[in-house]
Write a protein that binds this ligand. Structure first.
Ligand code: ADP
Ligand code: MG
Length: 602
């Protein structure tokens, strides 16, 4: 063993610096956090060559007085905590008193600072050594210039990446600091070009706009909850803003950007069945809670936090996102519902609707006359009366839970607003085209129907309802020996899914009851999938399968009445605007977009 030495302050500062200052981005984070703690409402951040050769952070905060300015650069020098108890209710971003000492140990620093009532000071430090201190005339606030980072620690220097990569890390940090502080005006300059500017108008949405651009800012839903202690605010992305990685997820706890696995997990869980597998939601979640309910002193760069009551915080986040997403679904429906046409309460005998045109459909043995909905605006006063039930009915609609009441001969006046959409028709036998005010809506018929059946089944399952259907003639399914052996343990699941299955001997079962209308082949597929499904979340998956099989398929011609029923069901009962696999149900093209395409407008 060699002799034991106590390290010089210079070496120990360099070692400590390694913990706080890993790369230029860490310097930016520490300096900007100091500016925020100093109460600044204007911060300018400038970097050159990825922040390696030059960093400047200027703020209009409280400044540092001449007698304190040197002390600020000593290790463990802080104005933010005084006694041990303060550690348990930290309201500032910094508190360890390490940043300035660490930065100054591994770079050339020049600081210029002035408080309200004194003269300003300039201080220069090279590799931890004070080399100049002068009185200076400068505006209130602080400017820190950090040059030649790691000039005296070549080992660290070697680990730095290319300038533009380092600049990218800095941009990430700056963006997060910007979103955490909507009331501060930020200006961010890279190699003399302005990269980002915010006005500090206090609106998080303005910051999202500045950071991510217009499409993201328009693609978010506001979050809020009603809990007294834990406040959840911010925005969560609509389905179309989800991305293939988690880079677009932002979590702020008491104004501090942090990472937290539990919150990430619940946030993503709240999106289950709304976005595609493999996609991650975009969000800017702000959690504010009493300072003593969260420990921020668990990580050197304070990137992780520990909640005193993690479960409760997670629940609040989950429900805030869930209700935001369902609010969005309601908005879609309301747009359709509320764009109404004027109508009067009828006090007269129903008259034939002049707008209603009739088409003749040749069925094998007779001609039936029925109204053509395709060009008809639906109003309560002119509910069409069918001469005969439409031919070519899709079995999915004969099932009572989705069949609209057959229009009565008498006009029953409902106090419901009429829906002002116009059904244009069906495209490729797969998409329903609707005209609604100044937009064209394209609806995926399978996805829409699947989502509605899915929601209904989930609800029935949750409420333990048993509104299922007996089959007129049971469906026999012959199983393999393996499947037959699995049957016993799957009986409970089949039962909760709404199937009644009887043993018929010789590896054969008889299905007597089903949850929704399914064709014989689909009954077989669903039962086999349920029996063979070993996944842990199988209840939900089984319901997916049932919904998928029971829903009308793509490439299926629909009658006008079926189209109308589907649209009405979606408007009145439909949930989220995605199928259970996360594909969109409805997309829209505005008249404006069309007119641009045809160059009617510029
Ligand atoms: P900490 O932020 O953990 O207190 P720092 O080393 O980052 O430690 O800063 C040391 C002290 O210097 C701070 O506590 C603060 O009093 C002062 N200080 C640093 N930067 C600024 C600034 N931009 N404006 C005003 N005071 C500052
Ligand atoms: Mg600090």
């Amino acid at each position: 063993m060699k002799k034991i030495n106590v390290l010089t302050t210079e070496i120990s500062n360099k070692i400590a610096a390694g913990e706080v200052v890993e790369r230029p981005a860490s310097v930016i984070k520490e300096l900007v956090e100091n500016s925020i703690d100093a109460g600044a409402d204007k911060i300018i951040i400038e970097i050159k060559q990825g922040g390696i050769s030059y960093i400047r952070v200027t703020d209009n905060g409280c400044g540092i007085s001449p007698e304190d300015i040197k002390t600020a650069f000593l290790p463990h020098a802080t104005s933010k905590i005084v006694e041990e108890d303060d550690l348990f209710s930290i309201s500032t971003l910094g508190f360890r008193g390490e940043a300035l000492a660490s930065i100054a140990a591994v770079s050339n620093v020049e600081i210029m600072s002035k408080t309200d009532d004194e003269e300003g000071t300039i201080l220069e430090i090279n590799g931890g050594k004070f080399i100049r201190e002068e009185v200076a005339g400068c505006p209130k606030g602080t400017t820190m210039v950090v040059k030649n980072l790691f000039f005296n620690t070549p080992a660290r220097m070697k680990f730095l990446k290319k300038d533009y990569t380092e600049a990218g890390y800095i941009t990430d940090i700056v963006q997060r600091l910007v979103m955490a502080n909507p009331s501060i005006s930020f200006r961010y300059i890279i190699d003399e070009k302005e990269k980002l500017f915010t006005s500090g108008d206090g609106q998080l949405k303005s910051c999202i706009y500045a950071v991510y651009g217009r499409d993201y800012a328009n693609g978010v839903i506001e979050l809020n909850n009603t809990d007294q202690n834990i406040k959840i605010s911010g925005f969560t992305g609509k389905r179309e803003t989800s991305r293939g990685n988690r880079a677009f997820q932002n979590l702020f706890v008491n104004g501090r950007y942090v990472k937290n696995r539990a919150i990430t997990a619940v946030a993503e869980n709240a999106y289950k069945n709304n976005i595609m597998v493999g996609k991650f939601p975009f969000y800017v979640i702000c959690i504010d809670l009493p300072y003593n309910m969260v420990d921020i002193n668990v990580h050197p760069t304070k990137q992780e936090v520990k909640f005193v009551n993690e479960r409760e915080v997670c629940d609040q986040v989950y429900w805030a996102i869930k209700s935001a997403l369902s609010k969005e679904a309601d908005e879609i429906r309301d747009t359709i519902k509320n764009t109404t046409i004027g109508f009067e309460k009828p006090n007269f005998e129903p008259k034939p609707n002049p707008e209603q045109t009739f088409i003749h459909i040749q069925s094998p043995n007779k001609t039936v006359e029925r109204p053509q909905f395709a060009q008809t605006v639906i109003k309560p006063t002119n509910k069409p009366t069918f001469v005969e039930r439409p031919v070519n009915q899709n079995p999915a609609f004969t099932e009572n839970m989705f069949v609209l009441k057959e229009p009565s001969k008498e006009i029953e006046f409902e106090d419901k607003k009429p829906l002002n959409y116009k059904i244009i028709g069906q495209l490729f036998d797969t998409y329903v085209i609707l005209e609604l005010e100044n937009q064209v809506l394209l609806m995926d018929q399978h996805a829409a129907h699947e989502r509605m059946i899915y929601e209904k089944l989930i609800k029935m399952n949750d409420e333990k309802q048993k509104a299922y259907q007996m089959l007129l003639s049971p469906v026999a399914i012959t199983l393999s020996a393996n499947e037959y052996a699995l049957l016993d343990e799957k009986r409970g699941v089949l039962d909760s899914c709404g199937f009644v299955v009887e043993d018929f001997g010789s590896n054969t079962i008889l299905v007597r009851q089903v949850p929704v209308n399914l064709g014989d082949e689909d009954i077989k597929t669903v039962i086999l999938e349920i029996i063979n499904n070993s996944s842990t979340s199988y209840m939900e998956e089984n319901i997916h399968t049932i919904a998928c099989k029971a829903a009308i398929k793509a490439n299926k011609k629909l009658s006008d009445k079926e189209i109308d029923q589907l649209v009405r069901l979606f408007v009145e009962e439909g949930g989220v605007n995605t199928c259970p696999h996360g594909r969109p149900i409805m997309v829209k093209i505005t008249r404006y977009e069309l007119e641009k395409m045809f160059k009617r407008i510029q």
